[in-house]
Ligand binder design. Structure first.
Ligand code: ADP
Length: 398
């Protein structure tokens, strides 16, 4: 049974075709710069195409190009589009009306339109991708898997901001949280490793270019560090993370900034990049630190300290913790950062095994035998999670 997973950005389309018999990826690739000198990359087990120019003016043509490639008589992996049993779409924002993955209907599309206000950069592209697939494969079930949905289980006390309540009622200003597909995927895996699939307290640290920490109790998100938008919580590659809101009007006044200019600073010039002055990429910052750059050193310290504080906070929120999970680019690979984060967690009963911590990019239990709290590295796989949910929702099979 084949399931196609599609992730549409404003000018890009990433895709993976899964064979759900063994959850194997049979083809994957991406088209970037849709509408302007587009480039496509495509690979299967037996065929690897470097980036080539393709003539693609919109998302509809992009999906058609992907289908042509997948069904190509020589190097294709399926004989026709009919072999694709369902299409799973990554969707960023479902607001308060979407609390799980859903079959795409006209009502769901209307909700996505409503949520454009909340995710102006992402939802329009997601909608375009869905509509293109509906047109090209009208008889194939389409499923939306949302970044925000997993966090809809949060209690009001976790998602409300202490500003006048009318802004929640009028404008839906509240914590939503993101990276839900990743947090859910690694939390499910950790629960299985713990052999506590029903009852558990797990803290998942998705540390990549965008980063967030989530508290997961018994399979449900109870709190998460990203908020209304994608600026809150941990400092990220270029985003500021938690910040006293008083800083914003103060800086706007001092530097005579417009809303667009301050937004640009907080979204694109802050985080690891802003602190280090080097790069948004942790590897570059680590190299600079090694060369003696003090700002690079402190940028890494600020990041690790923020993760450490969230682990403490969420352990308190859940009244304990069974496991802490590290995932995404930094979480899976940055040995030094994991060590810094875990350094003072002994009070929780969490002790890092420094030797096991040397492993990179693979699933591992990196805690010492005596550690009451397990420390896991679990590579995330958002596409596989989307494929699984699509199979379950679109075809009614688990
Ligand atoms: P995105 O949020 O864009 O998907 P990723 O999950 O790929 O990001 O994470 C990117 C981050 O992971 C970058 O800061 C990168 O430096 C970091 N990273 C990737 N590999 C390593 C590594 N081996 N050591 C340290 N950091 C790494």
């Amino acid at each position: 049974m084949k399931i196609l997973v599609v992730n549409c950005g404003s000018s890009s389309l990433k895709y993976q075709l899964f064979d759900m018999k063994d959850e194997k990826v049979v083809a994957k690739g991406q088209i970037e710069r849709i509408g302007d000198d587009s480039l496509m990359k495509h690979e299967t087990d037996s065929y690897q195409q470097a980036k080539v120019s393709v003539n693609v003016s919109d998302h509809m043509e992009a999906i058609q190009t992907v289908m042509d490639e997948l069904t190509d008589p020589k190097r294709g992996v399926i004989s026709s589009a009919a072999e694709i049993r369902a299409v799973g779409h990554r969707v960023v924002h479902g607001g308060e009306k979407v609390a799980g993955s859903v079959s795409i209907t006209d009502e769901v599309l209307a909700i996505l339109e409503e949520c454009i206000e909340l995710a102006p950069l992402h939802n329009p592209a997601n909608i375009t991708g869905i509509k293109a697939c509906q047109k090209l494969m009208p008889d194939t079930p389409q499923v939306g898997v949302f970044d925000t949905a997993f966090h809809q289980t949060m209690h009001k006390k976790a998602y409300l901001y202490a500003i006048p309540y009318e802004y929640y009622e009028k404008y839906h200003v509240r914590r939503y949280g993101f990276h839900g597909t990743s947090h859910k995927f690694v939390a499910q895996r950790a629960a299985r490793l713990l052999k506590k699939e029903d009852k558990h307290k797990i803290i998942t640290c998705h540390l990549g270019n965008g980063s967030s920490v989530t508290a997961v109790r018994d399979g449900n998100s109870v709190d998460t560090s990203l908020g209304f938008g994608t600026l809150a919580g941990l400092p990220m590659g270029t985003r500021c993370g938690d910040l006293d809101p008083a800083v914003i009007p103060y800086l706007m006044d001092k530097e005579d900034l417009t809303i667009d200019q301050i937004s640009n600073i907080l979204y694109k010039k802050s985080g690891l990049l802003g602190l280090s002055g080097v790069s948004n990429d942790l590897r570059d910052i680590q190299a600079e630190k090694k060369a003696g750059n003090k700002r690079a050193e402190v940028a890494i310290e600020v990041f690790a300290y923020a993760v450490q504080k969230y682990i403490g906070t969420y352990a308190a929120a859940m009244g304990g913790v069974d496991a802490v999970v590290f995932t995404a680019g930094i979480g899976e690979n940055a040995v030094e950062v994991r060590k810094m984060i875990c350094k003072d967690l002994g009070f929780l009963g969490a002790f890092l095994d420094e030797e096991k911590n040397q492993l990179q990019g693979e699933e591992a239990d990196i805690s010492l035998e005596k550690s009451k709290v397990k420390l896991f590295v679990i590579p995330t796989n958002e596409e596989l999670m989307i494929a699984r949910e699509t199979k379950e929702i679109g075809l009614g099979t688990q």
